[in-house]
Design a protein around this ligand. Structure first.
Ligand SMILES: Cc1cc2nc3c(=O)[nH]c(=O)nc-3n(C[C@H](O)[C@H](O)[C@H](O)COP(=O)(O)O)c2cc1C
Length: 213
């Protein structure tokens, strides 16, 4: 009991928060064919940021659990090297900040106050990315597949990043949101700016918002 109270006090003092439980993902929606038809890179993005429920659906499409212990996206040897992060402005039900998706339990851990505009600190950042209402960051650690983290392990992690991105982009299209892919930026600097954990490499940025007319 005393140990529990000490742990609780320490967590409160450190400002730690319980991860947010994301709303359950609806089982129904537009057809996959219509989402495939609608998917296109949209760089003119307006606010508000995706709602908490929409962010949850997008994250689930990228890396969520669809069976116990298994995910929406295939993974080499089921090692799951990917981590998905979200930088968002204020949106319905979600406060601006930097978040980490936890597939187990479909939860979102708040890591800090950074919003997409922090990406503007990176030299050569494309304006449509830093100005987007939300940016999903596809990152991962290839050493989870194989100790070396190079060769096939790295290639497999790239394949998985592409699959995760396509899942998220199709879900965005199905939700009527605008979204795009960006890998032509200094991804190492992005990881450093966001202080991603050691070993986590950044593979892709996926800006999301409402298509601007
Ligand atoms: C790996 C990869 C990296 C990309 N990087 C960028 C980028 O840095 N900036 C950008 O504006 N678009 C980027 N794109 C989007 C492509 O330009 C876009 O997919 C292409 O023009 C085809 O258009 P569509 O997506 O509308 O079909 C990237 C796409 C891929 C697959």
């Amino acid at each position: 009991m005393i140990r529990l109270s000490i742990a609780l006090c320490a967590a409160l003092l450190a400002g730690a928060q319980e991860p947010l439980a994301l709303p359950a993902v609806p089982a129904e929606g537009p057809s996959l064919a219509s989402a495939l038809k609608a998917r296109a890179t949209v760089r003119l993005l307006a606010g508000p940021a995706p709602s908490l429920a929409q962010a949850g659906q997008l994250l689930w499409a990228a890396q969520g659990e669809n069976r116990p212990g298994k995910r929406t996206v295939p993974s080499a040897r089921a090692k799951y090297p990917l981590e998905i992060y979200l930088l968002t402005a204020d949106g319905p039900g979600i406060k601006a900040g930097f978040y980490h998706y936890l597939p187990s339990g479909h939860r979102l851990a708040r890591l800090g106050d950074a919003a997409p505009e922090v990406l503007g600190r990176i030299k050569g950042m494309q304006p449509w990315i830093k100005d987007a209402p939300a940016v999903f960051v596809v990152a991962g650690d290839p050493t989870r597949i194989e100790k070396s983290g190079t060769g096939p392990a790295l290639a497999f992690t790239y394949y998985e990043a592409g699959s995760a991105a396509q899942g998220l982009l199709l879900q965005a299209a199905a939700l009527g949101l605008g979204a795009g892919t960006a890998a032509g930026v200094d991804l190492v600097a992005v990881g450093a700016e966001l202080k991603l954990p050691a070993g986590i490499q950044t593979f892709m940025l996926l800006p999301v918002g409402h298509p601007r007319k």
